[in-house]
Structure formats: C-alpha cells, structure tokens
Design a protein around this ligand. Sequence first.
Ligand code: SF4
Length: 65
Amino acid sequence: MKVVVDQDKCIGSGQCVLVAPEVFDQRDDDAIVVLLQEHPAAAHEDGVRQAARLCPALAIELDEQ
Ligand code: SF4
C-alpha cells in the first residue's frame, strides 16, 4: 500500500490521526496533515483505510498495489 496526502485539501480535522496515529500526524502550527509513513506496515493498513474513509476533505488517497 502507498499513501498519498493532499495538504492543500486537508482541513485539519484530525480524523486520520485518531484512527492511525502511526501513519498520520498534524503540523503544530495549523493542524494540517503530515504523512509519517508512505508505505505503512501491514498492521496499520486497516487504520489507514478507515482514515481515508473518514477524512471529510477526501485528502487521503491509497494505492493498494
Ligand atoms: S482527516 Fe483529512 S482533513 Fe482531517 S487532518 Fe486528516 S487529512 Fe486532514
């Protein structure tokens, strides 16, 4: 799995950090998403998929190959 985040779309709601804190973080100054792992470990993949579903800004894209 490859994860891509679009910081221009992100509205800083923090849903991704709540469900997959190993993969997503937020910038301190404006809460915009920061990607910690472009290729997350298998154990984190379900959380990443949930984050992509929950993101209100559709700022998380997944390549499942
Ligand atoms: S859930 Fe979406 S909008 Fe919210 S911080 Fe994460 S990437 Fe940004």
